[in-house]
Design a protein around this ligand. Structure first.
Ligand code: PMP
Length: 370
């Protein structure tokens, strides 16, 4: 409600107090913080470090120029969905739902499952949006701690599922921010035992060389979620969810119409027609990850965790000082020190271009020896 401010009246008499309407659990949250990365070597957000190749960019620009932005987009994004089915080898009989990033798919899943008292189960530490979106949607969040080496604890997963009866289980495979894959046999036992839906979040699939997509035939409660963000298209905001048609069609009911905008539909289709370019880049990122890992592992003062994603988690007792030091030297990584008890002293470093990685390693070595 906007009230005119009359001379002589204190503003507070006119301002509505957010606490009178906003839910306390929302007021207790901090908004998702995105660091200002202008001018930095940007190794904080698991992006592909290369811009689009010129030829692909020109093809997209040309096609976007002809998009009728005065019209609403295709609500089903049919052509883009068909391209994703073809390029990502989605089983023909599986359902497919597109989201404005996979973040939006997590939100749709939660909205559709948020019965009073219903729970989301995640492992800890993992992707923070599972917990945040549980709060947004008024769901209980249950976190099951990983082992010290970040592997799954089968007994506590099974016991907690039995006790809490979660409607949704989210497992990032590979996990963010730890970078590891979980043992597939164990994952299957969890899916088989789960009382509700299990979402295997394959955001880092391009770098992992393994997928749960092949298991869709075995389970009627399994959903596989992916994104094009890490592949090289983070700016488009496009994620996809696949699984049994009966489940996907229910989740689709909470999707807002036109959630995939017209420019993303066109750009996504064209970019994915050139998926070989991104696949080759992903292979190069994996090889740079391995050389970055051996550089990091050779630094005795820090611990580096093996990764099957496009980032590496490291631990050092003065992580926050190192983070500040890197920032002063123009390198932005993600500081996770304090984000979770199991991440004390941790920084997450995204694999960048080769020269960026070398600069990072050089500064890191200097800072550790300061
Ligand atoms: N899942 C995981 C495990 C992630 O790490 C991320 C992004 N950091 C996402 C989902 C969300 O990706 P997006 O919304 O860009 O598709």
């Amino acid at each position: 409600m906007l009230m005119p401010l009359l001379p002589g009246y204190a503003c507070s008499e006119y301002l509505m107090r957010p606490e009178s309407v906003i839910r306390p659990e929302i007021r207790a949250l901090s908004a998702y913080h995105v660091a200002d990365a202008k001018g930095f070597i940007k190794l904080d957000a698991m992006e592909n470090p290369w811009p689009l190749p010129d030829a692909v960019a020109m093809e997209i620009a040309e096609a976007c120029a002809h998009v009728q932005v005065n019209r609403y987009p295709d609500s089903e994004a049919s052509e883009l969905a068909a391209r994703i089915r073809q390029v990502m080898s989605i089983p023909q009989h599986a359902g497919l739902l597109l989201g404005n990033g996979s973040d939006e798919l997590i939100q749709m899943l939660a909205m559709a499952c948020a019965k009073p008292g219903a729970a989301i189960l995640g492992v800890e530490p993992s992707f923070v949006m599972y917990r945040m979106i549980s709060v947004f949607c008024n769901m209980r969040y249950v976190g099951v701690p990983l082992e010290e080496d970040f592997s799954l604890n089968e007994v506590s997963m099974l016991e907690t599922m039995e006790k809490e009866q979660p409607s949704l289980v989210f497992i990032a495979f590979p996990n963010n921010p730890t970078g590891n894959l979980f043992e597939p046999g164990l994952l299957k036992r969890i899916i088989a035992a789960a009382p509700g839906l299990v979402v295997i979040d394959e955001a880092y699939y391009p770098f992992a060389g393994t997928t749960a997509m092949d298991w869709l035939d075995e389970f009627d409660n399994l959903l596989v979620m992916r994104t094009v963000s890490k592949l090289g298209l983070a700016g488009l905001r496009l994620g996809y969810l696949t699984g049994p048609v009966a489940v996907i069609s229910e989740i689709n009911k909470v999707r807002l119409p036109y959630n995939i905008n017209a420019l993303t539909q066109v750009a996504g289709q064209i970019a994915l027609a050139h998926h070989a370019v991104f696949d080759a880049q992903a292979r190069e990122i994996c090889s740079m990850r391995e050389s970055m890992f051996s550089d990091l592992a050779s630094m005795e003062e820090l611990e580096a965790y093996p990764s099957q994603a496009n980032f590496i988690l490291i631990r050092h007792e003065h992580a926050s000082d190192i983070f500040d030091g890197l920032k002063k030297r123009g390198v932005l990584v993600k500081n996770l020190d304090g984000a979770h008890p199991m991440l004390t002293g941790c920084l997450r470093i995204t694999v960048g271009q080769q020269n960026e990685n070398l600069i990072l390693i050089r500064h890191l070595k200097e800072l550790i020896h300061l």
